[in-house]
Design a protein around this ligand. Structure first.
Ligand code: ATP
Ligand code: MG
Length: 410
């Protein structure tokens, strides 16, 4: 038997999915669909499902595929895995190779707590899991390895999975994104600005299994094309975490002009947001989304008091999810960095809400006052006008980082 010279498969672990009882099969099917989609650009990939595990055979591009899969929600971790026949001597020989590969990661002069850990789904295998652990560890460890056996708190685990056809070995383990497969918990529409917060809010919603579509409000000609482009780029990055990315760009200047002319300057920001909620509710119906998502947080800026959030939410026809409600700004920034949106969000572009900005925004707005001011404008007409002028941008990501096509549709 020739020993493998490198990993042949990516072992995918599901984590929380295994808790889903009766729905488990639906969740697994969705996960496999999303994984296939994420790897659509990788030719000749083969998939094998076994209980609570997925093996992906990407014909040589194991490392790249493993990295790509860390961006698929529902996966708890992945490992490049080496496959051998279920023969003890072959397992031992391959285990040393896997270990040598893992030792490359340990800086000179350092040591790691180490163990072998076997999972045995083929009960015909002649050794118990603990016996195989001990046998392999004893056989492969050499004097001079920077390792110290520690069964309870290992830092480096050489994993063995003994299955019906083969045994899989692995030592590298990359954490996955966690969460649930996108699409298993319905769809939501995220109100996205070019800021740091709303892209993170969209990501948190996707993470829990919701597919997210996007709407942004744009105030041409007061605000330039740069702000719109920035949002398109953000949606492109976020789209990589799910199967697609659809964005509605809504002209907002007429709404803002009407509210400027209606007076009540202090209420302007809250009233802008109420109009956004109304328009978003209509787009959500079109997108068959059952909730709205915003990047609002408590107390971060003057407009974000409980009273103001209540005024804003009251104009929505759907539940408004605010996944960042308990985050400090720094936590959001850190998350944006890992998602890959921070850099884009940090580019300075004016947001539509800076238009006709009130000098002293109301801190504790009341719904009654909002409604009184709205009597002075044609709410329904402005909503219809905004919808009529909305542009739909479809970023076809085809699961990989391929160049997306922008399509304008009615
Ligand atoms: P962000 O960083 O997402 O801009 P923020 O902390 O700056 O959030 P605001 O600017 O007050 O807060 O916006 C609150 C929320 O309102 C945003 O997170 C977003 O969901 C929504 N929003 C604001 N401006 C727009 C816009 N131009 N288009 C779509 N949604 C918007
Ligand atoms: Mg903002």
């Amino acid at each position: 038997m020739q020993l493998p010279t490198g990993p042949e498969a990516v072992l995918v672990r599901y984590g929380e999915l295994t808790l889903k009882g009766g729905n488990r099969l639906d969740f697994e099917n969705a996960l496999v669909r999303n994984v296939r989609h994420a790897l659509a650009g990788v030719a000749n990939t083969r998939f094998e499902r076994e209980h609570a595990r997925l093996f992906v055979f990407p014909e040589g591009r194991v490392e790249a595929v493993a990295q790509r899969l860390t961006r698929v929600f529902g996966i708890s971790s992945v490992s490049p895995a080496w496959g051998v026949p279920n023969d003890v001597d072959t397992i031992v020989a391959c285990a040393r190779r896997v270990l040598d590969d893992a030792l490359l990661e340990i800086p000179p002069g350092q040591t790691r707590r180490f163990r072998v850990l076997t999972r045995r789904s083929d009960k015909r295998f002649p050794m118990l899991s603990t016996e195989l652990d001990r046998h392999v560890a004893t056989a492969i460890l050499k004097d001079g390895d920077p390792l110290e056996v520690d069964l309870d708190a290992p830092e480096l685990v050489l994993g063995l999975e003994v299955r019906a056809e083969r045994t899989w070995l692995f030592a590298r383990r990359y954490p996955g994104a966690g969460g649930l497969p996108v699409g298993t918990l319905g769809r939501a529409l995220c109100l996205i600005s070019g800021g740091i917060d709303s892209p993170v809010a969209a990501w948190m919603t996707m993470k829990r299994g919701c597919e997210v579509s996007f709407v942004t409000f744009h105030s041409a000609p007061y605000i330039g094309e740069g702000a719109r482009r920035k949002v398109v780029e953000l949606v492109r990055v976020l789209g990589r975490w799910q199967r697609n990315a659809r964005l509605y760009v809504v002209p907002f200047a007429p709404v803002q002009e009407a509210l400027r002319d209606a007076g009540a300057e202090a209420y302007r920001t809250v009233l802008y947001r109420r109009m956004m909620q109304r328009i978003a509710t209509r787009i959500a119906a079109f997108e068959r989304a059952s909730a709205l998502v915003t990047g609002e947080c408590l107390g971060q800026v003057a407009s974000q008091t409980l009273e103001n959030l209540t005024c804003i939410g009251a104009a929505a026809g759907l539940p408004v999810l605010r996944p960042l409600i308990g985050f400090d700004k720094q936590e959001t920034i850190d998350r944006a960095r890992t998602i890959g949106t921070l850099e884009l969000s940090s580019v300075q572009e004016p947001d539509c809400c800076t238009l006709f900005l009130p000098r002293h925004p109301v801190l504790h707005g009341s719904i009654t006052t909002c409604e009184e001011i709205e009597q002075r404008i044609d709410v329904a007409g402005l909503v219809e006008g905004a919808l009529a002028g909305a542009e739909r941008v479809v970023l076809d990501l085809d699961g990989s980082d391929a160049t997306p096509a922008e399509v304008s549709a009615p």
